[in-house]
Design a binder for this molecule. Structure first.
Ligand SMILES: Cc1cc2nc3c(=O)[nH]c(=O)nc-3n(C[C@H](O)[C@H](O)[C@H](O)COP(=O)(O)OP(=O)(O)OC[C@H]3O[C@@H](n4cnc5c(N)ncnc54)[C@H](O)[C@@H]3O)c2cc1C
Length: 404
């Protein structure tokens, strides 16, 4: 097996896989390492997980020739409706609506199911001659060797790389090993995730309800099915998780309302701890962090994966431009450009999602009136709506080449 790579990517979640494909597309040789088997990850039982992939992220997949491979599994989002709800009475009528017609670039997002996305990415990785895949391995030690980093794996084999990219998730052992400190806190909420099939068509509309215990997102996927991301206090979430399917569904249906008709649970139910995690820095010499290894958000705005994809597009942009100019692409001066590009935006997104959750998950009646007033004002202002919808489509700010 080859031992010397331009880039070693640690963590083969969605970000690690896209990072490897994007780096290979730019002509770098890559090793992708995961502690698990990512084929097993890709083939796991349907668990309702799905992502709202922003317009700019879809552009990136098109530029990497990946979109054609997953397009048949995607569902375009045409509308987003934001509304208040109460646990006893279900949702009120929508007070804020975003529509594809509000921007030129449409659809603003596409829903992709986790199981299909992982499977198709893993198939692309397997057949990519620039990527070596190393499964069931952890890194035992990092050291310096000449002008490269040396990685000793837990089976004592050694690899060399010009650049190490950590994409090993929100608790990133690799970021820790490189001395990257993180700030943030655990939420007193958990994310419950499941899928339901429903009687009436969704009309490609995504719903975000603000309930006092936390937001409830109803995200349309194919075949009259919806992926549900449901945030509850830790106490409620553990009681709800203990319930059998019938009870679970009846609690969900009360919050959900009956606008999609009869609901049935389909696939597994999941529950995730939620935390805000912000890295103090993203790079050191010959090292960079991306995706959840760099930032973890509350899922209220469904932007975690989109932010990770933007990290990748920016990092690949920076290192490939440096290499074209004949510079050392993994030097700290070059990698700092990636940090400057992404860290501030990601921190701003972290604080925005944190504040949204605080404001909208409040029981205070004064906050309730202010929230209603604020949402109605945004709904009436075309300009304000455009700003929000462009943000959701990932079109604000300085876009890396891969996302244009
Ligand atoms: C409830 C919920 C709903 C969400 N909805 C959305 C949405 O609609 N849109 C959106 O954009 N985002 C969404 N997100 C966020 C999104 O799921 C994450 O941002 C994204 O999946 C993170 O991917 P990742 O590859 O960075 O990390 P992970 O998926 O955590 O992958 C990390 C990988 O690293 C490997 N690993 C860990 N430690 C080691 C080690 N020591 N050695 C080797 N390998 C290791 C793991 O096995 C794993 O494969 C949601 C998140 C939650 C919790």
């Amino acid at each position: 097996m080859k031992k010397d790579f331009d880039i070693v990517v640690i963590g083969a979640g969605i970000n690690g896989q896209v990072m490897s494909l994007a780096a290979a597309h730019a002509g770098f040789s890559v090793a992708l390492i995961d502690q698990n088997s990512f084929i097993e990850n890709a083939l796991r039982e349907f668990d309702g997980r799905a992502y709202a992939i922003a317009f700019s992220s879809v552009q990136m997949m098109k530029n990497l020739n990946l979109w054609k491979k997953i397009e048949d599994t995607a569902l375009p989002i045409s509308n987003i409706k934001v509304l208040h709800g109460s646990i006893q009475r279900g949702p009120a009528s929508a007070i804020l609506q975003f529509n594809n017609a509000d921007i030129e670039e449409s659809p603003m997002a596409q829903m992709l199911e986790d199981r299909f996305l992982r499977l198709r990415l893993s198939q692309e990785i397997k057949k990519n001659a620039h990527i070596d895949l190393i499964e069931h391995r952890k890194i035992y030690e990092f050291s310096n060797l000449n002008k490269q980093k040396q990685l000793t794996l837990d089976n004592s084999s050694k690899l060399q790389a010009s650049l190490i990219v950590a994409s090993d998730g929100v608790n990133s052992p690799t970021a820790k090993a490189f001395g990257i400190r993180k700030a943030g806190w655990k939420y007193k909420q958990r994310g419950l995730v499941c899928a339901v099939d429903h009687e009436y068509p969704s009309d490609n509309t995504a719903y975000q309800y603000f309930l006092p215990e936390g937001p409830l997102a109803i995200l349309p996927i194919k075949n009259n099915t919806a992926s549900i991301v449901w945030t509850e206090s830790i106490q409620n979430a553990s009681a709800i998780s203990e319930m059998d399917d019938e009870e679970y569904l009846s609690i969900l249906q009360t919050r959900f309302g009956d606008f999609l008709g009869k609901l049935n649970l389909t696939g597994k139910r999941l529950s995730f701890p939620l935390k805000l995690s912000i890295s103090e820095k993203y790079v050191s010499d010959k090292f960079a962090v991306i995706g959840d290894a760099a930032h973890g958000y509350h899922p209220i705005a469904g932007q975690g994966l989109n932010a990770g994809l933007r990290d990748i597009a920016a990092l690949v942009d920076v290192i490939s431009c440096a290499r074209e100019r004949g510079e050392d692409f993994s030097s700290i001066n070059i990698l700092n450009r990636y940090q400057v590009w992404r860290r501030f935006d990601n921190q701003a997104l972290g604080f925005a999602t944190d504040n949204l959750n605080k404001i909208f998950s409040s029981h205070d009646p004064l906050f309730g009136s202010l929230k209603n007033l604020g949402m109605k004002m945004i709904d009436k202002s075309n300009r304000a709506k455009r700003v929000f919808i462009r943000q959701a489509a990932g079109l604000n700010g300085d876009l890396p080449k891969l996302m244009r």
